[in-house]
Structures are given as structure tokens and as C-alpha cells.
Design a protein around this ligand. Structure first.
Ligand SMILES: Cc1ncc(COP(=O)(O)O)c(C=O)c1O
Length: 439
């Protein structure tokens, strides 16, 4: 590995003036992922999402964004100075899950804001939930603006028919994919793809120079080429095995009393398709939280969840998993059930920012750069946050710069922390104090 950690040699090329091997590898990637042009990223989808916003919005331009967007979107708003128009996604109270935004809500928002410069969609969500992207793309294009898709969790879609269709195949103008999350690239290695003529490639290249190192790691770049080759040559076969393993896990875990598994029974607003390789198991019937289950699984049963939440846990079943992994997971849920067979009161609370979104008083950029001061958490209610605070994972902000701090948001964050969840972004990690904007 150390011998392969090379600098910009003539044969390898330069990421910011692609020629030689890098140029060829990016062309092969665009062919494999169905794009007109692809860029390799060495700072995760985070830098791709920021660059997508910077390339399409100037300071003061409006962009439509779902409220359950990842924190990288908020960072893109801060860097670009774009003004977000937040759309609430559909919400499933049984699962305590944010779904997708709907075409109807988008249409209504665009009618009232004809000067919007771009629409950003999260497709799929962390839990594999996909909205009606085809209709969303068609509506967006009627206004002749680009649809930018945060497809961080969907890099595998292009390679198997049983998975939801890829964003580009449904008409998206741009997609950003964490090749390192679902395919085999090394951590931080991602891709940005575009198609059509609504986005100027030069603006993407310029925006990426703003957010990436001038010394990109050639190990990461090579791993992107390797992941592309693996998918182009063997993707369908590998994913067929993965999908079979996922189906096995769904069938066996949903047979266990008091547990349920997220499935798409029929299409509904905000929930048009589901990536079966995301396994989400609701544990509230056992009277414990997903965070507690995660601790038991890791400490006692050698199972690690991707995303433990209050009411459920989500797992990613990937091309790297084998049948013994799935059997271990099924056994762990059986053991858990035998231990906690009651259906005591559940102790989770739902996500307040989805139910009671609080209005933006300042733009994320204004709030980020405004003078601030630390106050006790109980004195912050009703004030404007200058921090971006979220449970991580999933990295969806409960509070963002410019948003009014509500009692519900503080209660939710405190509860997650008390139950052992990880909260990121707060200057005081104990969450006793918070930075507010001084006005
Ligand atoms: C929906 C979504 N978008 C973007 C990102 C950022 O991706 P990366 O970790 O590759 O920077 C994540 C990371 O978890 C995510 O969940």
C-alpha cells in the first residue's frame, strides 16, 4: 500500500487537469455509471454535495432542499451563500422515519418561487427509501433548472435490475455517490456524475478545487477505478448474491415476534421504492431502544449496526457480506428476542424537526458568520442557533445555523445523548451549552 501511494507522475495524471490514467479512469466510470461526465472525489460525497450547490447557485440564489438533508447540504449552503427553501419530506410515524419529498409538494413550491435555481433531492435515504424521482425530475425540468441528487447511498443501483433505478437513469442532471459506502472503494472515495446541458462541467471542476486537497491520494483514486471495474465486470453477479442474502435476513427476522422489518408493501407518497440491501428492524415491540440493542449487539454478540436510532436499527448488506454474517445477524435478533420478550412501553420519541420544523430566521451563511456567544442550553430556547448539531449517524441536522432553537429539538437531542447516541457539531460536547447568534 505504501509503495502505491504515488504523487502526480506523468503516467498517472492530475486530478484537476485530468489526463493519462485519471482521465481514462473517469471516462470508464462515466460509461459504467451512465453519466456524460464523471469526477473522482477524494473527500467523500460531502465535497461533491458542496460542489454541486456551489456550481449551480451564487450567493442569494434560491435552492429547494428537503429538511432531512445530510449536513453536507447545509455546508454547501454556507459556502455558496444560497438561500434554502426547505421542503418537509413525508413522515412515517410508525417507523419514526423521514421518507422522500413528493412531486406534489415540489410543484406547489416551484409555483410560488419561480426564481429557484436548483432542486436538491436525497435519493435514496439512509434507510434505502426512494421517492418518485422520475416525476420530480420532470417537474424540475419544466422550470428548466437542474435536479441535483444526493445519491450517497445508491452507487450500486445502476448494476442490478432488482434495485431501484439510478438517479441519472431517471433524469437527474447530477448525482453524487459515496462509492466507499456501498461499493468497494476506500473510505472517502466518491464520485460526482453529470448528464445533459443544464450544468456546466467547468463550474463543477472549479467548485471541486475549492473543496478538495491539491494533493489527492492516489490510493483513493485507484480504489475508485478498482470499484468501477469490479462493478462493470461482476456487479450483477455480486449484487444477485447480496440481494439473496438480504431477502433471507428480511424473511427470518420478520418471523421473530415483536420485531418488524421495513418493507415496501405498496407505493405511497414519499415511498416509491426500497433498496432491499438496507435492512431496517423496528425493536420498540421489545421495550428497548435501537441504541440499547446496538450496545448489546456489539458487546455481547459481535454484530455492529450501521445506524442505530431510537426505535430501530438499520444494517447495510453489501457485496462484502457472506452467509455466515447473515446467520450471525439472525441469531443475534433471536437471542435478543429470547431475552426481552415483553412488549413493554417503548421509550422512543419522534424527530421533532420533521414534525415541528422551525423557521429559518437567518440564512445558514449569515448565521455561520454572525457574532455568537455560548449560553446554557435551557436559556437557548427561542434564540437563533449558530451551530449545526445532529445525531451521527445519520448526520441529519436537528439544529442548523440560522434556525430558531425549540424546546422539542433540545429535548430530542438530550434524549438521544442520554440513551448513548452520538451527537456531533456542538461546541460543548456535553450539550450543557450552545452557541447562539447575538442580535
Ligand atoms: C445522505 C448522505 N449524503 C451525503 C453524505 C456524505 O457522504 P461522505 O461520508 O461520503 O462524505 C452522507 C454520509 O453519511 C449521507 O448519509
Amino acid at each position: 500500500m505504501f509503495q502505491a501511494d504515488l504523487p502526480e507522475l506523468p503516467e498517472l495524471g492530475n486530478l484537476f487537469a485530468p489526463d493519462e490514467a485519471i482521465k481514462q479512469a473517469q471516462i470508464l466510470a462515466s460509461e459504467a455509471f451512465g453519466a456524460d461526465r464523471s469526477w473522482f472525489l477524494v473527500n467523500g460525497s460531502t465535497c461533491g454535495v458542496i460542489a454541486a450547490i456551489v456550481a449551480t447557485c451564487s450567493p442569494g440564489d434560491k435552492i429547494i432542499v428537503p429538511r432531512n438533508a445530510h449536513q453536507s447540504v447545509i455546508m454547501g449552503l454556507i459556502v455558496s451563500g444560497a438561500i434554502p427553501i426547505f421542503l418537509n419530506p413525508e413522515y412515517d410515524p410508525t417507523w419514526d422515519l423521514a421518507l422522500s419529498i413528493t412531486p406534489k409538494a415540489l410543484e406547489a413550491t416551484l409555483k410560488n418561487n419561480s426564481d429557484v435555481k436548483a432542486v436538491l433531492l436525497v435519493y435514496p435515504t439512509y434507510h434505502g427509501v426512494c421517492g418518485d424521482i422520475q416525476s420530480i425530475a420532470a417537474i424540475t425540468h419544466r422550470y428548466n433548472i437542474p435536479l441535483l441528487v444526493d445519491e450517497a447511498h445508491g452507487a450500486h443501483f445502476e448494476f442490478h435490475e432488482a434495485l431501484p433505478p439510478s438517479a441519472l437513469s431517471m433524469g437527474a442532471d447530477l448525482s453524487v455517490q459515496s462509492t466507499h459506502k456501498v461499493l468497494s472503494a476506500m473510505t472517502q472515495a466518491s464520485m460526482l456524475h453529470i448528464q445533459g446541458d443544464r450544468i456546466h462541467p467547468q463550474r463543477i471542476s472549479q467548485a471541486l478545487q475549492l473543496v478538495e486537497s491539491t494533493s489527492p491520494s492516489y490510493l483513493l483514486l485507484a480504489s475508485l477505478d478498482g470499484a468501477r471495474q469490479q462493478m462493470a465486470l461482476h456487479g450483477e453477479k455480486l449484487l444477485t448474491q447480496t440481494i439473496e442474502l438480504s431477502k433471507l435476513a428480511v424473511d427470518k427476522i420478520k418471523e421473530i415476534d415483536h420485531l418488524s422489518v421495513l418493507e415496501l408493501k405498496e407505493k405511497r407518497p414519499g415511498f416509491h421504492d426500497l433498496d432491499i440491501t438496507r435492512l431496517t428492524v423496528n425493536v420498540t415491540g421489545l421495550g428497548i431502544t435501537g441504541l440499547e440493542v446496538d450496545d448489546i449487539f456489539r458487546e455481547k454478540l459481535e454484530v455492529t449496526a450501521e445506524l442505530p436510532m431510537l426505535s430501530h436499527l438499520a444494517f447495510i448488506i453489501s457485496i462484502g457480506n457472506r452467509k455466515q454474517d447473515i446467520n450471525k445477524l439472525i441469531d443475534a435478533f433471536n437471542t435478543l428476542h429470547n431475552y426481552f420478550r415483553s412488549s413493554a412501553n417503548s421509550r422512543f420519541c419522534s424527530s421533532p424537526y420533521l414534525l415541528n420544523p422551525s423557521p429559518l430566521t437567518l440564512s445558514p451563511r449569515e448565521a455561520f458568520f454572525a457574532p455568537k456567544k455560548l449560553v446554557k442550553i435551557e436559556q437557548s430556547i427561542g434564540k437563533i442557533s449558530s451551530e449545526l448539531i445532529c445525531p451521527y449517524p445519520p448526520g441529519i441536522p436537528v439544529l442548523m445555523p440560522g434556525e430558531m432553537i425549540t424546546h422539542e429539538a433540545i429535548t430530542y437531542l438530550t434524549k438521544i445523548q442520554q440513551l448513548g447516541g452520538m451527537i456531533s457539531g456542538c461546541s460543548d460536547s456535553t450539550l450543557k451549552q450552545i452557541n447562539i447568534v447575538i442580535n
